[in-house]
Design a protein around this ligand. Structure first.
Ligand SMILES: Nc1ncnc2c1ncn2[C@@H]1O[C@H](COP(=O)(O)OP(=O)(O)OP(=O)(O)O)[C@@H](O)[C@H]1O
Ligand SMILES: [Mg+2]
Length: 175
């Protein structure tokens, strides 16, 4: 996976990825991971909204966001995942009502090995590489990552994909 990332844009696949189904399968894994801690995962999305991209890389990015929302939040946190078209863009959001991230950490959050609370994140099994990889994968897809978080209220990670990477499968002639 990291070798593929090093190769960058050249080896990037550009195939129709059924993001709805991809997220469904990540949510199934996430529910397993968060079963004991009673995390609640809710997913809503547009099943016809397809993204041209690299499925293995996208899986790795999306699952890091979903698993982060489980690993780095308290028990019984509710996690909402959405995949919709917003104006021209494809928007994937992972929102949680966990403890949130203090604002001073947000600018550095996607740096390699950066963790908010190294002691705790290690207990949670993290190396701090996940969000750096997410950002790299999104860059390769011309997508952006925005992070909003409020202490005591939770966090929201939004990935925005440009219109030229989207296809609508309800229109059979679209691809
Ligand atoms: N949903 C979230 N709520 C609270 N803190 C978060 C959340 N997502 C990420 N973080 C914080 O951001 C840090 C960086 O996340 P990142 O995914 O890069 O690393 P990691 O999850 O610790 O390790 P890795 O993903 O490499 O296994 C985490 O250590 C955690 O402190
Ligand atoms: Mg992570």
């Amino acid at each position: 996976m990291s070798a593929r990332l090093e190769e960058g844009a050249e080896s990037l696949r550009r195939e129709p990825v059924a993001v709805y189904e991809l997220l469904e399968s990540i949510v199934v894994e996430g529910r397993e991971l968060g079963r004991e801690s009673r995390h609640e995962l809710v997913f809503e999305g547009d099943p016809n909204l397809v993204l041209l991209g690299d499925e293995p890389l996208l899986r790795s990015a999306f699952s890091n966001l979903v698993f982060n929302a489980i690993r780095h939040t308290p028990t019984r946190t509710r996690i909402e995942i959405t995949w919709v078209r917003d104006r021209e863009q494809g928007v994937l959001e992972v929102r949680d009502n966990g403890a949130g991230i203090p604002a001073r950490h947000l600018p550095r959050l996607t740096e390699r090995f950066y963790r908010v609370d190294p002691g705790r994140a290690r207990d949670a099994g993290g190396t701090g590489l996940g969000l750096a990889i997410v950002r790299q994968i999104l860059d390769l897809h011309e997508a952006s990552l925005s992070i909003h978080s409020e202490e005591g209220r939770g966090s929201r990670f939004a990935c925005r994909f440009p219109a030229q990477r989207l296809r609508d499968f309800s229109d059979a002639t679209a691809v």
